[in-house]
Write a protein that binds this ligand. Structure first.
Ligand SMILES: C[S@@+](CC[C@H](N)C(=O)[O-])C[C@H]1O[C@@H](n2cnc3c(N)ncnc32)[C@H](O)[C@@H]1O
Length: 295
């Protein structure tokens, strides 16, 4: 497997602002809520790996690998004869992933800082996998084409992306509640995360992007599962306050909306109450498990 090398995204990179967001405030928020985020996202990732299990001995690319928990999971599945390369544009995620893989003495993984839209990805890989790591590219066709050229002929892309907002009501409801109280500022200092978590929710748009990027056999499977969004209502409020579209509006508004935070938290408490049960706050969630092959 050719190696990828670390490179910091330059200020002129098309994903420079996204990189700043993921390596800065979004890393901090994902780290703070890591157990909740990775368990919730994990249910969708596990479903994708069950439908398309990496085989022993395969070489796999994990796109936008974050903390690297899917990279380690895939490393177990491909076994000592296989290899997994985790890539992420945010150096802080890669530092954590490398450290944890080292602590766990996993030897068949490698982590690199790379923008999958513009950097060489190594390969050739039998499988390119992504759990929620492909929705933030400035140019998704260019990024997915770059991923395709790192696959062997007949290699497969499997990516998990959010379906439409209305079927992920914990995020959508939080967004509409926040929008009713805080207006998204027209000007802001904070970096944004690129096209955003719902940019691949529309099936026709996503399948067109994949076809334009040169993939064949495009298939989208809907996967629905309730996920834990907080061990109690207070945690669920803080999760949506910090992450997703609601968190993004609040982050961009910054201190200008500080006087509205108590009102927002109160409205979120009412809005999320119906998802609370004896074990925590559990809400419906829905994704596409997208697969396609490199001809
Ligand atoms: C929602 S997080 C998902 C992280 C991880 N896959 C998981 O499921 O926990 C999205 C990840 O994509 C990464 N990312 C965004 N744009 C990227 C790009 N152009 N190239 C590589 N990684 C990117 C972010 O840094 C972030 O770690």
């Amino acid at each position: 497997m050719a190696s990828t090398t670390d490179g910091a995204a330059s200020a002129t990179s098309p994903n420079a602002e996204t990189t700043q967001a993921w390596d800065g405030p979004l890393f901090d928020r994902f780290e703070r809520f890591r157990p909740i985020v990775t368990t919730g996202l994990g249910a969708h990732g596990e479903a994708a790996l069950e439908i398309f299990p990496p085989a022993a001995g395969q070489r796999v690319l994990d796109i936008g690998c974050g903390f690297g928990d899917t990279t380690l999971r895939i490393a177990e599945m491909v076994g000592p004869g296989g290899e997994v390369a985790g890539v992420d544009v945010a150096p802080r995620f890669i530092e954590t992933a490398r450290r944890e893989a080292g602590e766990a003495s996993v030897t068949n993984v490698r982590f690199s800082v790379a923008d999958v839209q513009t950097d060489a990805l190594g390969g050739q890989y039998d499988l390119a996998f992504s759990r929620f790591g492909t929705m933030f590219f400035a140019n998704p066709v260019a990024a997915l084409r770059n991923i395709r050229s790192s696959l062997v002929a007949g290699g497969r892309l499997v990516m998990v992306v959010w379906r439409r907002r209305i079927d992920n009501d914990w995020l959508y409801r939080a967004q509409t509640i926040v929008e009713g109280i805080v207006s998204r500022p027209e000007e802001y200092e904070e970096p944004t995360c690129g096209p955003g978590p719902f940019s691949m929710a529309e099936a026709d748009t996503t399948s067109d992007i994949l076809q334009q990027a040169g993939y064949a056999d495009v298939c989208l499977r809907r996967y629905d599962v309730p996920i834990l969004i907080g061990r109690d209502i207070d945690e669920a409020i803080e999760v949506v306050f910090a992450l997703g579209p609601a968190g993004e509006i609040l982050r961009l508004a910054g201190d200008r909306a500080a006087h509205l935070h108590d009102e927002v938290r109160g409205a979120l408490r009412t809005g999320l109450a119906e998802f609370e049960d004896a074990e925590g706050v559990r809400a419906p969630s829905s994704t596409w498990i997208v697969s396609a092959t490199a001809p």
